[in-house]
Design a protein around this ligand. Structure first.
Ligand code: G4P
Length: 526
């Protein structure tokens, strides 16, 4: 097969949701369709159990298990589909953001009872940064959910994206009778079943086909016809290009646990979702069909065993062909590396990979040379674009408790930051080091891992910092003047970018008002 054919065969997407919306269940049904797993219940939830939410060792163990399930490849109708799962736990939101840089599109799961939830909104913001195409699955139709039109309005309003229903529910909860597939113009009647793989669809000739009445009560047919008329009146016809540009989200309705409405979603997805898309770097755009290999690291998972400090770096292939055992150029370190041990993720197994193509995700064993955002090429220099960091929510100062081990502490902190456990900010004044995280758990993780893996003792003390804002200005002199004026509150992130550490919301607002020429950013990429 040619490189072009390999590319056209691939669909790499992320599956995102607020916890409990049904992400794991939907993933499992998709894998069942692909024949990648045989029984329901085989996919381990990436969700942290309620009972262990405060026990990070347990969480890390669960995360260890979830490495295998965080990327799942399977074949479906001549296509190679790669699903990237994302952690639902809020404290690992950064992980999710980074994973989204490695996908070409996403499927977003929404619970029809709860509608758009907090995490869904945050995730959508990330998708919008790259105009990632989004397809929505409104789940749990077997429950008494909210009105379909209301749900669609809420998506448009809260997620700031236009929607286009592709299927339409016939009833909901106890009165759920089926879904009408607007994309294929057929009818899927509902039969609750947790084990059935495929439900038969009823072929009909459009919504006016009298055959509808043979399958549904007259009152349902009447209501369905009225609703479809309304749908076609309110929403523009589906336009694939608008979806690919991230402007319109096609919406499907179903019930993942009953494997209902999932086939419609998958069959439409494989027709409209994009194959591997080009990637921007600081130098130029990389096209997937370029002959030379390139890829980047978006996730690093540490080994739980402290005796073996090796890690798995997840690389997304952007162009060319990855060949195991070849030398590849590490752009940041400016030297070649050889990866003799690479892993492919097929459903639940990991298997050694000899060749991989654009869109594929491979696991590379690493002893500390790779960090998130690193690019590997076949020799080309300068092809680099890091992965954005978001302003953390919690801040604490690092206090070294053993003066003899300062080096170990520094090394440990650096490596753990490379893995993306937290973010480090070093103050210009006095070299104070402050760590920022999304959740309180990460401080415990850091403390424990510093001690066990690097033999470094540290404490994390409370500091009064409300927000870290990356700063920029059109006029360098104005930026310099601001930095001088506020030098006690200026730090640098790991990349050396300038950050303003605001003590409170009110004070940040005041500073912003007083310095209108300075831009304050919540994201390190602007
Ligand atoms: P997540 O990965 O997004 O966090 O969600 P997950 O798939 O684990 O689903 C969360 C809960 O919602 C699960 O119930 C799951 O069975 C249920 N669920 C998923 N799809 C549907 C659906 O279409 N209808 C209904 N009624 N429920 C659905 P649980 O009680 O937390 O776990 P379990 O013991 O049932 O597995």
């Amino acid at each position: 097969m040619t490189l072009e054919q390999e590319i056209q065969k691939r669909r790499t997407f992320g599956i995102i949701a607020h916890p409990d919306a049904g992400k794991t269940t939907l993933t499992e049904k998709l894998l069942l369709f692909g024949g990648a797993i045989q029984t329901a219940g085989a996919v381990k939830s990436n969700k942290i159990d309620v009972g262990t939410r405060s026990d990070w060792m347990e969480i890390e163990k669960q995360r260890g298990i979830s490495v295998a399930t965080s990327v799942m490849g399977f074949d479906y109708k001549d296509l190679k589909i790669n699903i990237l799962d994302t952690p639902g736990h809020e404290d690992f939101a950064e992980d999710t953001y980074r994973t989204l840089t490695a996908v070409d599109s996403v499927i977003m799961v929404i619970d029809c009872v709860k509608g758009v939830e907090k995490q869904t909104e945050k995730l959508m913001e990330v998708c919008r940064m790259r105009n990632t195409p989004v397809l929505c699955f409104i789940n749990k139709l077997d429950r008494e959910g909210r009105d379909a039109f209301d749900l669609l309005d809420e998506i448009e309003e809260k997620l700031d994206i236009k929607v286009r229903p592709m299927s339409w529910p016939i009833g909901m909860g106890k009165s759920l009778r089926g879904v009408y597939n607007l994309f294929e113009n057929n009818l899927n009647l509902y039969e609750p079943s947790k084990t059935k793989k495929v439900t038969d669809v009823v072929e009909i000739k459009g919504i006016d086909d009298p055959a509808l009445e043979q399958h549904l009560p007259q009152s349902s047919v009447k209501e369905l016809r009225e609703e479809i008329e309304l749908v076609n009146g309110v929403y523009d016809p589906f336009d694939t290009q608008q979806y690919l540009d991230g402007k319109v989200a096609p919406v499907f309705f179903g019930s993942a646990v009953n494997n209902f409405g999932v086939r419609e979603l998958l069959d439409c997805f494989i027709q409209i979702a994009p194959p591997p898309v080009p990637r921007e770097t600081e130098e130029r755009q990389i096209l997937p069909e370029e002959k030379k290999f390139s890829g980047f690291i978006f996730k690093i998972h540490a080994n739980m065993d402290p005796k073996h400090r090796n890690r798995i770096a997840f690389a997304r292939i952007c162009s060319g062909v990855f060949k195991r055992g070849s030398n590849y150029y590490h752009v940041r370190q400016e030297k070649p590396f050889r990866f003799s041990n690479a892993t492919a993720f097929m459903a639940q197994q990991k298997e050694t990979v000899d060749e991989a193509f654009p869109g594929d995700i491979i696991g590379l064993y690493d002893t500390g040379n790779l960090k998130i955002g690193d690019t590997l090429t076949e020799g080309e220099k300068g092809l680099y674009k890091g992965i954005p960091s978001f302003s953390p929510e919690l801040f604490r100062e690092v206090i070294n408790l053993d003066a003899m081990k300062a080096k170990q502490l520094e090394k440990g902190l650096n490596q753990l930051m490379d893995e993306g456990v937290a973010q480090l900010f070093t103050f210009e004044m006095g070299s104070r080091k402050v760590v920022g995280t999304v959740g309180a758990l990460q401080f415990e993780v850091l403390q424990h891992r510093l001690l066990n893996e690097y033999n470094a003792k540290a404490r994390f003390d409370a500091v009064s910092i409300y927000k870290a804002c990356w700063i920029s200005a059109e006029d360098d002199a104005k930026l310099d003047a601001f930095v001088k004026d506020k030098y006690r509150h200026i730090a640098k992130d790991k990349e050396g970018k300038l950050v303003f550490m605001a003590e409170s919301k009110a004070w940040l607002q005041m500073v912003q008002d007083n310095f209108p020429d300075i831009q304050f950013h919540n994201i390190s990429e602007f």
